[in-house]
Design a protein around this ligand. Sequence first.
Ligand SMILES: [Zn+2]
Length: 110
Amino acid sequence: MQQELLIILVVIWLGLSVGSMMLFQRGKDAARKRKLWPKYTIFSNTVLAAFIVYMQPPLPMLIGLLVFMIPLTLLTIRSTKFCDACGNASRSPFFMKPPTACSHCKKPLK
Ligand SMILES: [Zn+2]
């Protein structure tokens, strides 16, 4: 039972990684990517949180990790922008201010 849960989590995680590549690395539909990105990020971090709970770390560490993940999730969503011109994702490094220009075609981002 415990092991099955771990396999399910790994399968979901792999699915999310492949899905992310298909959805956000390919294609030019920036509007659709922009709409899906927060949902995807929240869902994948929820899976990661489930994984952490499954590993059963000591309680203070568990709470610390889960609390840490909330701002991390919000910052990940905020620091990723999708370019209308080329459809590529631009991420700002080290969770600084959101990028203002596309890292691929240098056009300004909204
Ligand atoms: Zn671009």
